[in-house]
Design a protein around this ligand. Sequence first.
Ligand code: NAD
Length: 432
Amino acid sequence: MKSLILAYIDLNMKEDLLNDPVFSMAAGQFDRVADFLKLDDRVRERCKWPKRIITVSLPVTMDDGRTEVFFGYRVQHHLSRGPVKGGLRFHPKVKLGEVAALAMWMNWKCALMGLPYGGGKGGIACNPLEMSMGEQERLTRRFAQEIAPFIGPEIDVMAPDVGTTAQHMAWILDTYSTREGRFVPEIVTGKPVVLQGSEGRTQATGHGVAFLATRALNKLGILVEGATAIVQGFGNVGSHTVETMDSYGMKIRGVSDISGAVWNEQGLDVAALKAHLAKTGGVAGFGGGEMIDPDEMLLQECDVLVPAAFERVITGEIAAKLRCKILAEAANGPTTQSADAIIEERDDIFLIPDILCNAGGVTVSYFEWVQNLQRFSWTKAEVLAKLETKLNEAFENLLFFCAEHKCSHRLGALATGIDTVAKVKKTRGLFP
Ligand code: NAD
């Protein structure tokens, strides 16, 4: 099998997708909201299943001369409102179902934010931590080459996600542009600024998370300066969330990454922690705090808890014991459905749902794409100001919707996104 495209979904595919715990969670959320919206069955089915699932095998020459074959996926959930937009993930546990779930969430996120995109996501099952940059470059370029027939600035635009960076986007841009015989910066976002990436894109997701946390603190009448936070994950999103919160005068009590978790009741020295990370590659062993069990860290008292690593980390068991006032979901899908039910029932935690909380990334990606299409660029200050305006508008609209419909923030956010997509599908009609 060289490359396989499924332009339709059969029953086995539905079953296979639903057997994946992450897809089953996304589909469960969708069903709940579809019931709430009383979606017409025909539109409901069209909204739920991905439009295209692309699987490619990727032979790569490794540094020791071996040829290793990796599998890569790209899922385009729907193209009814514009090109699909979404990250590319490099992680050993990448599975098709997970990628399809992340593509579905991207849909609702883009619609919630009023961006003219459908949702997409990609992933390659590999361990970038054990691969040289040369191996990663060959893998990324091979992936770009294999999926080139199915992407394009008006079809599918990728961005970084877990395990990938601006450099990976640069390789995709170069491979695609070489194929086209012209420079096509609008094929990816989150690329280096020297290749017409947008100012402010690298920190956009974390900046948005921290900004929305301050909006929630305001609503709860808690002073931002001195408010406490705990952050799980110290990669692109986690580190920029921490840095921005630190710049607002918030106290970061705990930070974890794959190496472990560090804790300082009085607040960590963020600049020193970043310097330690740059030197050692992880937060473990940082002298400015004590090591703490990463799971225990999530249960400590704080104003804002930020899961910024992976999906399904806040389980029902953890949710019952949380001692935060605000749960700011920087990661995609960090809270299981059983945990969601507990948080709703508890009614003492202000949830900023993932599809709003981490929407800073795709919003500035949209700004980057628009700048590229116009061959024009904005300053970082302009980008971040426009981002805050858009996030604030979506935040206030969500609170208004939830108050009006007496529903949770999760339900309100998903309902707003899903309703927009459903209306577009209904209005366009079904071809043929
Ligand atoms: P990243 O690869 O840059 O960072 C991931 C971080 O999680 C790393 O610090 C890693 O050490 C840490 N981690 C891994 N396993 C962990 C564990 N068991 N406990 C604690 N930490 C652990 O990825 P990222 O781009 O920062 O993405 C993080 C999350 O944010 C993902 O859910 C991603 O889908 C989501 N997201 C990212 C963006 C973006 O712009 N990059 C946008 C929206 C959403």
